[in-house]
Design a protein around this ligand. Sequence first.
Ligand code: ADP
Ligand code: MG
Length: 428
Amino acid sequence: PSSPKKTKNRRDSMFDYKSDAARKVELIAKSRDERRLKQAEEKTMREQMMQAMEHATPYWEFAHMISEFKQGVEFKPLRDTDPVVENQITVCVRKRPLNDRESRRKEVDVVSVPTKNQLIVHEPKHKVDLTKYLENQHFRFDYVFDDSCTNDIVYKFTAKPLVKTIFDGGMATCFAYGQTGSGKTHTMGGEFKGKIQNFKNGIYGLVAVDVFKQIANPKYAKMNYIVSASFFEIYGKLVFDLLSKKQRLRVLEDGKQQVQVVGLTEKIVSKVEDVLDIIQKGSLERTSGQTSKNSNSSRSHAVFQIILRKAGSRVVEGKFSLIDLAGNERGADTSKSNRQTRIEGADINKSLLALKECIRALGRKGAHLPFRGSKLTQVLRDSFIGEKSRTCMIALISPGNTSVDHSLNTLRYADRVKELVANDSLDD
Ligand code: ADP
Ligand code: MG
């Protein structure tokens, strides 16, 4: 029984023998532990401060109210397999995701998309006593695309159904409308990876693919169609050819109200790649020499057209016009800024109002077409005529709380282009 003690004593003596070195090790370990503890404390302090700062941003209460609202909603968004409805006028809305800059600024996503055709804007408001509350505004459109939708899905429900129109003796138009930065060029031209744009997955390129598919269809093969494309820009009252170094073009109207853009480049195309080359060339021309967000492209309308003729004839059998409109905030902002900017804003405003009236006239047979209201509606005149003509408007919105006024303006405009019955209930 005494042996364990003996062992212990021996160990103790060994310890004593090494005590100096061991004590040093112990000291180092202790200070290391203390350092770690201090670091951990600092970290939690930092985290608590971050949290406090987060709550210090003015929007966390709204964020909380919106997330509570969303918890009470059963989301049934658009699915790829949903039926595509054939309309003469289609009006839809696409909401993009919050971008990095908005996320960094802790912006709140104030837009909910509960179903395939409904949208709610949660507008942050203050009562007189400064209590915060949400004004939830409901909208209904033909389709609403939430931030998970790709260009392919948007295309399927918007421009794709209009491709057959131009093979059927009709005119087709598709407009991208919205505030600068809301996703018009992303939707029409193709997704951006940094500054590089993938022209294959924009609506321009996707239309081209389907046009050539139709051409190859035995039903149309014997028609000997010649396909051509043009790309131009409308800047106030001026028109510039994007396929000819921005050469300035004149718009003429003859005695029969036929409108012509004189000297516009029209390139004959025989395959999708030819069209993609044109889209790339025109898009680069459009943005060349631009520096900031206050770029020219946000102040001009870009018009890309695919034209169908029979071999040996000048007669236009069908035409698809795809338009990346000027930023609509330009029209709204008339108070500040200099004279030039104000004039530009007024021009843009006028053209967007004329556009709305022309689309509405298309939907009402025999209605007066106020196409002379702007250069844009003048050059698109023939597209607003005829029972076979069809149009689609894609309204783009930014989801962040700082964009809420612009988003509401965009939604109200789109709403008036085609007045669908508003429906406040969420069960479709
Ligand atoms: P606009 O032409 O309306 O001024 P852009 O198309 O240039 O706006 O879009 C602004 C930025 O937002 C671009 O960097 C674009 O890639 C990005 N963006 C727009 N829509 C989407 C989307 N649906 N998903 C992801 N990013 C988007
Ligand atoms: Mg753009």
